[in-house]
Design a protein around this ligand. Structure first.
Ligand code: R5P
Length: 288
């Protein structure tokens, strides 16, 4: 098995290769003078199983193009099987036609990954698990929540409660909480606009307790900041925030800290200074 690191995930690919004891090849990506992407992967893939690791985070379009070019080139270079590992799956939140005439963007990305040459696909904590049904090839949605739970367990928390950002995140909260036998629950939220979210009071009493908010993704930070406000009003002691994908647009991280989070943690599906938890073990386990 050969691990191929795309430019968005070269560090994570190296961690996966190290865990598996496999060769690592990095893609060479440059630009043609007119701005088009040039991708080269200099390795003899003949009859090999190639695992391409490439998150499609910002700049999403460039990272998707690199992924498509890598998959197609590696297949064309003779690989017998090509696995696409897309730790952060860009466009995943545009998974429905919210207004007439809209593109269902994530469906298009699934078609293109498959058509480019992937024989199977792996992602982590994609926004909606149902997205994987867009693939005709085997497609798996792994979760980082146990890893997050194990990391949080090492913090010295008092009577901790793990909260999902919404009802859909209850399963995530349950998984993380199971790692250190903590209580878990969720916050009900209503999205007013793309950046404004309101929360309904939750049922667990968090007064005097440490709370860990877990979410799949933090983008603008609006959801988490609203949650922090609600939890502070309810007397939470310390508020900790953990997510799989630290998209963190603009100064989202500073705003979350200013809102009162004691610590913000994330995985390395996207490389960020808060990416303190590596998803390499779950990826390695799934392709071993
Ligand atoms: C929503 O369903 C997701 O789980 C996240 O809570 C949301 O996408 C985060 O976005 P933002 O940080 O912009 O509020």
């Amino acid at each position: 098995m050969i691990i191929v690191g795309g430019s968005a995930s070269s560090k994570l690919a190296a961690r996966v290769a190290k865990l598996l004891g496999c060769p690592l090849v990095n893609s060479e990506v440059t630009r043609f003078p007119d701005g088009e992407s040039y991708v080269r992967v200099n390795y003899n893939f003949k009859d090999e199983h190639a695992v391409v690791v490439q998150s499609t985070c910002h700049p999403q379009n460039d990272n998707y193009i690199e992924l498509f070019l890598l998959l197609d080139a590696i297949k064309d270079l003779g690989a017998k099987r090509v696995t696409a590992v897309v730790p952060y799956f860009g466009y995943a939140r545009q998974d429905k036609r919210f207004k007439p005439g809209e593109a269902i963007s994530v469906r298009t990305m699934c078609k293109l990954i498959e058509r480019a040459g992937a024989d199977d696909v792996i992602t982590i904590d994609i926004h909606e698990d149902e997205t994987m049904a867009n693939f005709a090839i085997p497609a798996y949605n792994l979760t980082a929540m146990s890893l997050i739970g194990r990391y949080v367990a090492r913090l010295d928390l008092r009577d901790p409660v793990v909260l999902g950002g919404d009802q859909g995140a209850l399963t995530r909260a349950k998984r993380a909480a199971a790692e250190f036998m903590a209580d878990y629950d969720y916050l009900e939220k209503t999205r007013q606009t793309s950046t404004k979210v309101t929360m309904r009071p939750k049922r667990l009493d968090v007064s005097g307790r440490d709370v860990v908010i877990v979410d799949d993704i933090i983008s603008t930070g609006g959801t988490v900041i609203e949650a922090i406000k609600v939890l502070k009003k309810q007397g939470a002691r310390g508020i900790y925030v953990a997510c799989t994908h630290p998209v963190l647009v603009g100064n989202a991280l500073q705003k979350i800290i200013a809102a009162g989070a004691r610590k913000v943690m994330a995985t390395d599906t996207i490389e960020h200074k808060i990416s303190v938890i590596s998803v390499a073990p779950v990826i390695a386990e799934s392709i071993r």
